[in-house]
Write a protein that binds this ligand. Structure first.
Ligand code: HEC
Ligand code: HEC
Length: 277
């Protein structure tokens, strides 16, 4: 009896050892490239929407609308970094540090977590959750959306002024939603975004008092790069507060607001804006 049990135990152990060996082999060998996309708990839908908007303006151009890669960037669904990433912690160093062929982005941890939440909704196997969503995203309460609009948007926009006919101009509610979340995002596959926004500009005041102004190309803790009106590109090393760098990003209010929306806010505002025919 006790011998039998010991044999059982041994057999069990041998089975486990083989299993463990196979796991080790698949992690180390070429099979590692073909890992299944990990199952993750569903993300906060508001984080996914915010991330989609950020991805749309910053990453889509190179990595493709569906994160499967494009002309200028690899598929993120085959990336070990992305596969192992949970909440943007592994993607953050790449995003902030850049790569050959990929610029640096000054995104916060929260913003990168949102981008990661969006990227993680895709599966290597060929489907993404967004395709499984109900056909309509107009599920909010338009009256609550109008209240939100009056409180948070009406300082800069008006339903009877600049946003009049918005839902006629952008008939697809999904695209409309991406557009109000972050104007300039929401391009379809290969198509341009429905709204072109003015680029951010920068004024650098040198210690001599001379000013350099132009379109902001890049900024980080050490450098600001810009293109002046005549097309000349300049980059200026920065250190602490010198020289003085003033950035004027027309989308800054939208980027700040983007962090604050709840899932309900997003649905409600979209439900309201689709009525602006
Ligand atoms: C101008 C094109 C471009 C843009 C824009 C861009 N990337 Fe990349 N990205 C690349 C290229 C090219 C590589 C591969 C670089 C290399 O070979 O190391 C890359 C690599 C990566 C990787 C690492 C993949 C791996 O496993 O090595 C991640 C993660 C990534 N990008 C995420 C992003 C995110 C998130 C954004 C937006 C915030 C973004 N990228 C914007 C071009 C781009
Ligand atoms: C502090 C000002 C400000 C606030 C607040 C603001 N926006 Fe905007 N919004 C802008 C600016 C600036 C642009 C356009 C950028 C450009 O044209 O370069 C814009 C663009 C848009 C567009 C694209 C319009 C088009 O068709 O050209 C929509 C839609 C929009 N915002 C919706 C909203 C909504 C909804 C809210 C509230 C949740 C909001 N905005 C809050 C400043 C603001």
């Amino acid at each position: 009896m006790s011998v039998d049990r010991e044999r059982e135990g041994l057999r069990g152990y041998a089975g486990f050892a083989t299993f463990a060996f196979l796991i080790a082999l698949s992690a180390a060998g070429p099979l590692a490239q073909r890992r299944d996309y990990p199952t993750r708990p569903p993300a906060d839908p508001a984080a996914v929407e915010r991330g989609k908007a950020l991805y749309g303006v910053n990453c889509q151009f190179c990595h493709g609308a569906d994160t499967r890669g494009g002309d200028s960037g690899p598929s993120l669904l085959r990336s070990g970094i992305v596969l192992d990433d949970q909440h943007g912690e592994l993607m953050a160093p790449v995003v902030r540090g850049g790569r050959p062929g990929m610029p640096k982005f000054a995104l916060t941890d929260d913003q990168i977590a949102d981008v990661a939440a969006f990227v993680h909704t895709f599966r290597a196997a060929g489907y993404d959750e967004s395709r499984l969503k109900p056909p309509s995203i107009v599920v909010g309460d338009a009256t609550a959306g109008e209240r939100f609009f009056t409180a948070k948007c009406a300082a800069c926009h008006s339903a009877t002024g600049d946003l009049r006919g918005l839902a006629t101009k952008i008939a697809d509610p999904r695209l409309l939603q991406q557009t109000w979340l972050l104007p300039g995002s929401g391009a379809g596959r290969g198509g341009p975004p429905p709204v072109q926004v003015k680029p951010a500009t920068v004024t650098v005041t040198l210690p001599s008092g001379d000013k350099i102004e132009g379109r902001l190309d890049r900024v980080d803790d050490f450098l600001v790069a810009l293109t002046m009106a005549d097309g000349t590109r300049r980059s200026v090393a920065t250190s602490g507060d010198s020289p003085k760098v003033e950035i004027h990003d027309p989308l800054q209010p939208h980027k700040d607001l983007l962090r604050t929306y709840t899932d309900a806010d997003i649905h409600n505002v979209t439900a309201y804006l689709v009525t602006l025919k």
